[in-house]
Each structure stands twice: as structure tokens, then as C-alpha cells.
Design a protein around this ligand. Sequence first.
Ligand code: ATP
Ligand code: MG
Length: 560
Amino acid sequence: MNENENKPMHFIRQIIAEDIAKGLEPSAVHTRFPPEPNGCLHIGHAKAFCIDFGMALENGGKCNLRFDDTNPDKEETRFVESIKEDVHWLGFDWEDRLYYASDYFEKLYSLAEELIMSGKAYVCTLSPEEFKEYRGVPGQPGRPSPWRDRPPEESLDLFRRMRAGEFEEGAYVLRAKIDMASPNLHMRDPAIYRIKKAGHHRTGDKWCIYPMYDFAHCLSDAIEGITHSLCTLEFEVHRPLYDWFIDNTSIIKTLKVHPRQYEFARLNLSHTVMSKRKLQQLVADKIVDGWDDPRMPTLSGMRRRGYTPEAIKDFCETIGVTKFNSLTELALLEHCLRSDLNKKALRRMAVFDPLEVEIENWEDGKIDMLDAVNNPEDESAGSRKIAFSRRIYIERSDFMENPPKKFFRLSPGNEVRLRYAYLLKCNKVVKDAGGNVVKLLCTIDPASRGGSSPDGRKVKATIHWLSAEHAKPATARLFENLFTRADMTNLPEGSDVMDFINPESLSEREIIVEPALLEATPGTPLQFERNAYFTVDSKLGSREHPVFNRTVTLKDSYGK
Ligand code: ATP
Ligand code: MG
């Protein structure tokens, strides 16, 4: 059976299936992911490239990675590298098909000259303000530029001189000659080339005119032989223009298949923003510590926080592909994350707020090495040894001197199970002069080694602990949502994203951890038992004093 038959149908799968039914070779399906290297990728981009690569892969076709680098002001090589790393991290590969729109600058330039010669483009002298004014508004036709009928030879001469650097920015633009009365503003003689005296991260100072995104994008698709050009809904209104550029240049003669664009809804996630401009602002204003801050919805931030590629891919598959804009609950992403982490995370013990316990019937200096299972969900993860000794730490919140009825953890006279170790009973509470509990005097049942109940007596609670002399100090970074408001796509009038920053999105705690945690590597999923999922931060801390990022809490509230 075809494995694709198990995948849920969505409109893009449907379209490709129909194209194949009409005779397209499945292996001819050719898509591309076209990021602009002006920022790091976010979870919305992951949705896009899971679709781009996914549609190609499931048909045995190809997907290119193409950097749409037509705006030199904002583009940087470090973003190129970070984007490549993120796509690979999710397990996708462009093989030998890594392209840049800037690779096609010469070709695009010659197609622009062609348009001029065929009377389908002209150099316009209107200022940017006049350009806008002449273009008009929807519902009313625009006015033709006085330069619209400039003879092709004259336009060609000016265009070549634009390229040669003879003019200042804004002095001229090259425009397509389409239809100033079109109800679609994008068809009202759009700009195709503008003068921009800016160095480019790849072509350096070679060019001082740059193609507009709308011109470069569709023609790059054509140059690369893209069959299905998949993108988000905001490009729907650009589609007639894309087709016009392809259909009115000689590129059309080279095509085996005409690229067709299909648009799907962007991912919007609650309590976060997804626009690169806004993410850039968070970085610039130092609200976060860089693009890869673990609170960011960027893939580099999520990786640092401990998200797994599998969880992100599962999420992208779960949300599906539609044409309707909506707001997806962050809780759904966290649900996908927890179900993956539950399978993979190494269970470890860490104590956040230590309370000392002295075990009166345990000899000073005696150490018992106990077996602790690394992952009850995965036998192959094996086990480790943990040290037990006379002085241990438990979590302060696991003890109550005067417990209410339903409190089954430690209290005077009550017995609990120490995870992997012994049954422990509290005999006496030691307090300081201020009446604060500083220590508990307890005994263990030597017959309960490993945590079993020797005579079958009921012990309702199991708590985690650390041997005092073996515990190591570490730092835990706890994250909350970056924004206090769920729907950040739709802000109340007059407000700005900055009005909804959560001042408590990061807090740090000094904690103690079991020695095995000093061996943990960044990205390895960990579960601090009874607490939350964590991973080691890739930038902060040291081997002796690691910093752990809380990936996500244990409790899943999605769908409840
Ligand atoms: P921004 O609007 O934040 O600047 P962008 O869409 O301009 O982002 P690009 O680098 O041009 O960023 O995006 C590359 C691809 O990713 C595009 O095809 C775009 O449609 C898609 N994409 C961007 N954001 C999302 C999102 N939130 N959900 C799904 N796809 C997205
Ligand atoms: Mg874009």
C-alpha cells in the first residue's frame, strides 16, 4: 500500500494528485522553499517548508532551497547559515539544489530588457510619491504615467544607465506596462527594478539596481522548473502578476511545466508574534536575548529551549493545510511536544527548594548505589546508579507539618516512598529560632530497598530526592509566554505588540541536581521528575555548573 494513503487529504495534496492523474510524473513534482535571509526562521516557516518539502518527498519529487535575496538592505549571511541549519534540523535536505535569487540577477536583467524591447516595460521618472498617487486606489482606475509611452529605445538607454550607476536612488524605476485600470493594484504597472546603492551580501557592489521581489520570485520559479509554487495567502493577489511575467518573457519557451502558485493560510500561534519585523524589534529592543532566545518562536530559539524536530513536524502535520486564517493554540504545539518528550526524555532528579532530611538509622559515611531507570517509556535507555546517604534533600513543598486531609506526601508520622530508594518516615521536625522548618529527622525501612513495600503496606506518595553530599549546583531558567495576550494578530486599536510584553517571561532559579545531569548535552530531552521537561542550554553555564532551560511543564491541558 502507498504510505501516502494514510495521510489526511488537504487541498494541496488534492491538486497534486489531480495533476498526477492528468499525466504529471510524480517524480516531476518540484517545489521550493523561498525564505528571505533577513531574519531567522520561525515556526510559521516550519509549517511552510514542511509543506514544500513534504509534498515533493511524498511524490518522489524535489524541493529546492532558494534564498530570495533581492533586498540587500536587510539581508545577511548569518541568516543564510541559520536558515540552512534550521531546515536540516527538521530533517529536510535540498541536496545539490541550494539557490539564490541573486544567482539569477544577470538573467533577470536580460528578461527585463526583453520586456522593454517588446514594449511591455518602460522607465518611469515619477517620484515614489507620484507613483503612488497615479496608481490610485481600489475601486477607481489609476492614471497612466506621463512616461508610459516612452519609446523602448529611450527606456533601454535609461535602464542601462541605471545599471551603470549614473542616477541617484529614486530617480527612475523600470515598470511593467500592464493595466492602469485593473481592479488589482498589483497589475497597475508595477515596478520591476529600482535603483539601490547598497552592497549585497553575495554580489557585493556589482549591482546598483535590484529586481523587485514580485519580478524575481516568479521568474526564479520558472528558471528552476518549479511545478507547484506553494506560499501563503497574502500572495494570492500577486498571482496574476506572476503569471504575466512568465507569460510575457521568453522564459515561457523554456518551460516543460508552467509553475502554478497555490496559497495556504499562515500559521498564527496564540501568545506569540510571527512577523520577522516584530521579532527583529524584540531583539533590537533587548526584550529577548537574541533571535535564539528560548522564548522566541524561532526554530533556533525552540531548539535551544528543548523542542524536538519530531514534535514540530507532528504539529505541522496536525494543524493541516487550509485556506482559512485562524489562530492556533500554543497548547496544541505543547501537546505535540509533550507526547514526543514523554517517549524520549531521560528521567532525572533535581530539587528546586531543598529541605534537609537526616536519616537517623543510616550510618554516617555509608553510601548505597541504587538503580534508577532512565526512561520507563523506553527500555533501551537503560538505567543509572544514584547514591543514597545519611543526609538527603527533598523538595520543601513535599513536606507539611500540619497537612490537610488529602496531603499524602511527607508529614510527621507519615511515610512516603523515596523514588528508586526506600520508604521514609518522618519522626521529628527541627526548627530555627524563627520557627522555620530547617531539617527533618527521619528513618527508612531497610527492607524496602528499591522502593518496594515489604509487607504490602500502603504508601500513597513517591517523592524525588538527592543525596546531599552528591548533589551538584545548577541553574534553571523557567519560561512563560512572551506575551500576555492570546491573539496577537488582532490588537485593540491604538495598541502595539510592546504593550503586551509579559514582564515575567523569564525567571532563574538556583537548584541542585543529580551528578548524571552534569553529563547532559544541549538538546538532549530531560525530564526532572515530577517537575517539567528541560534541556541543557547551549550557550550559558559550564560543565561544572550547567544551565537548564525548562522546555515545557508536565501538565497537558490541551483539549481538556
Ligand atoms: P514576515 O512576513 O514575517 O517577514 P515572510 O513571509 O516575509 O515573513 P519569508 O522569508 O519571505 O518571510 O518567508 C518564506 C516562506 O515562508 C514564504 O513562502 C512565506 O509564505 C512562508 N511563511 C512565512 N510566515 C509564515 C507563517 N506564519 N505561516 C506559514 N508560512 C509562512
Ligand atoms: Mg516574504
